[in-house]
Design a protein around this ligand. Structure first.
Ligand SMILES: *Cc1c(COP(=O)(O)O)cnc(C)c1O
Length: 430
């Protein structure tokens, strides 16, 4: 496979962009490769600048649940672009998308649009603190909530991929207000929320963890969390930046039937354009300026192109049967991949829910950050390189999920299965 144009662009990029990338995991360091530069994409395929084709299981880290360059989304963007790209004033499209979000996500009564998932989570904790008059934020080890200072404590995604505990540049004074506890650990959860010394404003959680690989909540964990937070008047925030419009049209809260107080959205909600959102109960949302005192603003928030893409995306997803079909297809694929592991005898644990899945290279159960860390990242790197050479584009990290889209065909999945078995065999024989 010729990668000469990608290699050349990476050399040029590194001169003018830190690490040559605008988001660290893209540099592919943990899988021992240089990144491919992508030129175009369509359906389940991405094409690099050397015109190699790959079946894409990254899906832009989640947004492309309907496949790349969906004609409805492209038409919607083209249709509004002619009328101007930004006004910094209210538009009809913002109201339309907000109405759709309120209708879709069970616990959201009002919603504010921002430009990224990071903005959504940082605004949501500010709001929770303003609403409760308390300071402490409780999060879970290995969950990722974007790159705002308060969250860079035992964070997932790129932070774990690069093996760094937090980040320089984040003052101790800020992270002293963040408490991070293990995912799926009932005992520590109860102890923490019952600690009278902690002045807890909110608990923020990925209702299905997706940034230390896929780790679903254990039976009763979110229910316990909901009960305890209600009892203590703590704001419960679901970070549904991955799971929103992914597990079901109403997100993880619909899929698992548990209602948070605030929800953060991103990724899918913009149809591939930069959109984030946070929403929830009117009583809390009305604390935001200009109705309330909690400040949050954005020059490009509610951008007309982004709103048009978001509306078009949700119109594709709200069609009855979309999620049944996608989740059934994904579950079948997961089963077949599990079989590949059994047949080759490789030490692998598959976690999956809806259209999210991760193959951890370990024979132990993966239920939290510590057990995820037992996975053999060298083996993942080899697997990644094997698959890439065969035209399959996986996430360049053991600690990210594989995303399935409605555009993946039975042939794509058959090929994935065949190549996975081949790669596992090669790894075991080595
Ligand atoms: C991706 C992600 C974010 C951050 O979103 P950005 O748009 O990258 O800022 C926040 N939370 C979760 C759960 C995510 O997966």
């Amino acid at each position: 496979m010729n990668r000469s144009r990608s290699d050349k662009l990476f050399l040029e990029a590194r001169k003018v962009i830190p690490g040559g990338v605008n988001s660290p995991v893209r540099a592919c360091k943990s899988v021992g490769c240089d990144p491919l530069f992508i030129n175009r994409a369509n359906g389940a395929s991405v094409y690099d600048v050397d015109d190699n084709r790959y079946t894409d299981y990254v899906c832009s880290w989640g947004p492309m649940i309907m496949g790349h360059a969906h004609p409805n989304i492209i038409t919607a963007i083209k249709g509004v672009a002619d009328q101007g790209t930004s006004f910094g004033a209210p538009t009809r499209a913002e109201v339309q998308l907000a109405e759709k979000v309120v209708q879709a996500v069970p616990s959201i009564e009002k919603v504010r649009f921002v430009n990224s998932g990071t903005e959504a989570t940082m605004s949501a904790i500010r709001l929770a603190r303003g609403f409760t008059g308390r300071d402490t934020v409780v999060k879970f080890d290995g969950c990722y909530h974007g790159h705002a200072d308060s969250f860079l404590v035992k964070a997932g995604s790129g932070v774990v991929t690069l093996g760094i505990p937090g980040s320089p540049g984040v003052p101790d004074d800020i992270v002293k207000n963040t408490v991070s506890i293990p995912y799926n650990n009932f005992e520590i959860l109860e102890k923490t929320l019952n600690d009278p010394k902690l002045d807890i404003a909110c608990v923020i959680i990925e209702p299905v963890a997706g940034n230390m690989g896929c780790i679903p909540p254990q039976e009763g964990f979110l229910e316990t969390l909901r009960e305890l937070t209600t009892e203590k008047g703590i704001v419960l925030i679901f970070d549904e930046v991955i799971t929103g419009f992914r597990l079901a049209y109403g997100g993880a809260q619909e899929y698992l039937n548990i209602m948070p107080d605030l929800t953060c959205l991103g990724k899918i909600i913009g149809g591939g354009l930069p959109v984030g959102a946070y929403g929830g109960k009117t009583e809390i949302m009305d604390q935001i300026a200009p109705d309330g005192p909690v400040y949050q603003a954005g020059t490009l928030s509610g951008n007309p192109l982004a709103m048009a893409a978001g509306i078009a995306a949700l119109e594709i997803l709200e069609v009855p049967g979309f999620y049944d079909e996608l989740n059934t297809k994904s579950a079948e694929c997961l089963n077949r991949l599990k079989k590949c592991a059994e047949e080759t005898g490789i030490a692998a644990t598959f976690n999956g829910i809806g259209s999210l899945m991760t193959c951890f290279f370990t024979d132990q159960e993966v239920v939290d950050f510590d057990s995820a860390m037992k996975a053999d990242t060298d083996r993942y790197a080899t697997h990644y390189q094997n698959m890439l050479a065969k035209g399959i584009y996986l996430a360049p990290s053991q600690f990210e999920v594989a995303f399935m889209s409605s555009a993946h065909s039975p042939e794509d999945l058959e090929y994935l299965e065949k190549m996975t078995e081949w790669s596992f065999k090669k790894i075991v024989e080595k």
